[in-house]
Unconditional design. Structure first.
Length: 248
């Protein structure tokens, strides 16, 4: 999968919180159409890295390129308009609005100058695509956990991303539901979107990731296919004595 155009390129990214280097000199590239997983034990710095990618944090040092453009100092909205979408681990739709309205908001946010009716139509298409059409007129707070996650993905897709960031979207799902979520992510990839995801559930990483970046204590300690990284002694050692299961 590697070798195509690079959509995301981190060069020596670091983030310091007081005395703690939560992310330390992290470099990696993501290629167009690729599903890239970022894994690592608790506290490895994965969420902080995602926050650096999406623009929640500015790096203490380092550089980030999105679709060939230096976005290191650019705010969240700029990155979003350029083509970076994010779905959150903690699902946060507008609870009183309907499912359809929630996705419409995403569609309006994604592109400047879009009419409301175009956004509503696009939102409906996305609900069909993510299997949420039957819930279109429900209030968002009435959804099940799996439906919530679908909504998060639909809202992120509504911004028309070229690169989608997923933050542990499988957390809390039952195995059968996780399989449905895996199928959804595959269909997202099938539509030409590159996906970068953080995930603790190893079977999901194994099934989805074209390539895996492993972090420990803020640093990248390995990179490769699922098979390669799970056979890497440094990765095995990083997971030893942690609650996370390395082998599925
Ligand atoms: N805003 C913050 N202020 C201070 N320290 C922080 C902040 N955010 C994260 N940290 C610290 O940075 C380190 C990395 O945290 P981070 O949440 O990025 O790890 P993670 O790999 O996502 O962990 P988990 O798998 O448990 O979610 C941890 O030691 C954490 O306590």
């Amino acid at each position: 999968m590697s070798g195509g155009p690079v959509v995301l390129k981190a060069e020596g990214l670091s983030k310091r919180f007081g005395g703690l280097l939560a992310v330390q000199n992290v470099s990696f590239s993501q290629y167009a159409g690729e599903i890239l997983a970022v894994i690592g034990p608790n506290g490895a710095g994965k969420t902080t890295l995602l926050n650096l990618l999406s623009g929640v944090y500015r790096p203490t040092s380092g550089r980030l390129e999105l679709l060939g453009e230096d976005v290191t100092e650019k705010p969240i909205e700029y990155r979003c308009h350029l083509g970076l979408g994010r779905a959150f681990q903690i699902v946060r739709p507008f609870p009183e609005m309907t499912v359809h309205e929630n996705v419409t908001v995403g569609a309006l946010f994604g592109k400047r100058g879009k009419t409301l009716s175009a956004a509503r139509e696009e939102a409906y298409d996305l609900l069909e695509r993510t299997g949420l059409a039957p819930q279109a007129d429900k209030a968002a707070h009435e959804l099940t956990l799996l439906q919530d996650k679908r909504l998060e993905v639909a809202r992120a897709l509504a911004t028309q991303p070229k690169v989608l960031l997923l933050d542990e979207v499988m957390a809390g799902l039952r195995p059968a539901e996780a399989q449905e979520a895996v199928a959804l992510v595959r269909s997202v990839q099938g539509s030409g979107i590159s996906v970068l995801f953080i995930e603790h559930i190893m079977p999901v990483v194994r099934d989805l990731a074209d390539r895996v970046v492993v972090m420990d204590q803020g640093q990248v300690i390995a990179e490769g296919t699922y098979r390669e990284v799970t056979a890497n002694p440094q990765v095995v050692a990083a997971y030893l004595g942690t609650e996370a299961e390395l082998h599925a």
